[in-house]
Design a protein around this ligand. Sequence first.
Ligand code: C2E
Ligand code: CA
Ligand code: CA
Ligand code: CA
Length: 279
Amino acid sequence: AKSRGRGNFQFFSAEMNAATHERLLLENRLWQALEQNEFELYLQAQVDLRSGAIIGAEALLRWHHPQLGMVGPDRFIPIAEESGLILPLGDWVLQRVVELLDRWRGLGLGHLRLAANLSARQCHGTSLLPQLDRLLGQTGIDPALLELEITESAAMQDPERSRELLQQLRARGIKVAIDDFGTGYSSLSYLKLFEPDRIKIDRGFVKDIETDPNDAVIVTATIGLAHALGLEVIAEGVETQAQADFLRSKHCDEGQGYLFARPVTVAQFEALAAASLNE
Ligand code: C2E
Ligand code: CA
Ligand code: CA
Ligand code: CA
């Protein structure tokens, strides 16, 4: 940018400053934010593609930043990963998710599954399993209603450790989904190694499913292979009825996306799920 003259350089550095400024605003407050209760879990419905019924939800973090307003996880999770806050934050998410499953038993929503995202650090650290054991022991929820989403790229950072972790989770009856499936470098053969319960087909493949023949072929083959291995399949980022119809015609089990519901507050999700029961 420097060589293109003074004006360009100033423009470039002003943009840099804005980005750096935001990053500092986020970074400075991140540790405090947990103590100050500035995080909230939003829930996005997951539906059975055949019946349309809500069968569960994914928990998605939001941060109510006092200066910046609502901040999405794409902006602060990477910072939390770098700084290490992701560990206490991840603990908080799991605690909250188990509390909700416990609460739902008393609300007639005890059939609903709830999924939490795990960061790479959580997967490869040592505190996850003891924490899960403590939470399960305290509440007595059905572990099969708790699902943990591990991204393909996090799992592939250390395939052997990931395999062991998934085996430990399986031994406790906790469900595991491989998130963002198809975006990383893993081959389908890793599915046999990890033995997850479910794969989540990444939004990137769903987006152009009707117009891009390659994406259609990849999605169709992925569903077929997952089923042949005894795994369930959920597609994320379903935005149109045509996408849902295509996925259903290929026997995809479940869907998640704006077509069905946006991520909403816990209270809004509970109302949605209760209404879905009466349909
Ligand atoms: P993800 O796990 O792939 O979550 C799905 C993201 O897609 C969410 O973004 C969701 O709001 C968005 N989405 C859902 N349906 C649609 C749709 O139909 N169209 C489009 N365009 N987008 C849709 P969100 O909530 O901003 O989360 C972004 C990412 O942040 C998540 O991607 C996940 O990787 C991470 N994240 C969220 N919560 C947590 C958490 O508690 N822990 C960790 N480690 N990561 C989290
Ligand atoms: Ca996810
Ligand atoms: Ca995903
Ligand atoms: Ca994704």
